[in-house]
Design a binder for this molecule. Structure first.
Ligand code: IDP
Length: 139
């Protein structure tokens, strides 16, 4: 069993696709073991994306991520990190495979609807960034 952090980003919440995202991950044996809606401050978004601080899009990305509410979830399942990234599709929706969340709902390389951890170490950091142990419903 593996855990990963999922975010329905502010554009996904604004577009009304929270339910669609949850439906797709539940249909693919990714269990939601924690979930909440948050509205990050700019500083919280900067902390979350600290690994990208040297990238040219860092300012814009952290403005976007703090622009409205987002839904953060912990997903659990076999090979959850890779399987959720497969459901999400490529960062650039134009390159994302047919039937992926980003291909179906994203309209912009930055405003791409969802986030998913990319490795076990980042998943551990990202889950701990938003949830404490009491908020994660272990089964
Ligand atoms: P990922 O979310 O698919 O793992 P990363 O390369 O880790 O992609 O980038 C993090 C986020 O930064 C992306 O999801 C997207 O919102 C934004 N981003 C990535 N590349 C670009 C870009 O070239 N321009 C604008 N935003 C970008």
């Amino acid at each position: 069993m593996e855990r990963t952090l999922s975010i329905v980003k502010p554009d996904g919440v604004a577009k009304g696709v929270i339910g669609e995202v949850v439906k797709r991950l539940e249909a693919n044996a990714l269990k939601v073991v924690a979930m909440k809606m948050i509205h990050m401050t700019k500083a919280q978004a900067e902390g979350f994306y600290a690994v990208h601080r040297e990238r040219p899009f860092f300012g814009s990305l952290t403005d976007f991520m703090s622009s409205g509410p987002a839904v953060v979830m912990v997903l659990e399942g076999e090979n959850a990190i890779a399987r959720y990234r497969e459901l999400m599709g490529a960062t650039n929706y134009k390159e994302a495979a047919e039937g992926t969340i980003r291909r179906d709902f994203a309209t912009d390389i930055e405003k791409n609807v969802v986030h998913g951890s990319d490795a076990p170490e980042t998943a551990a950091f990202e889950i701990g960034y938003f949830f404490n142990a009491f908020e994660i419903n272990a089964r």
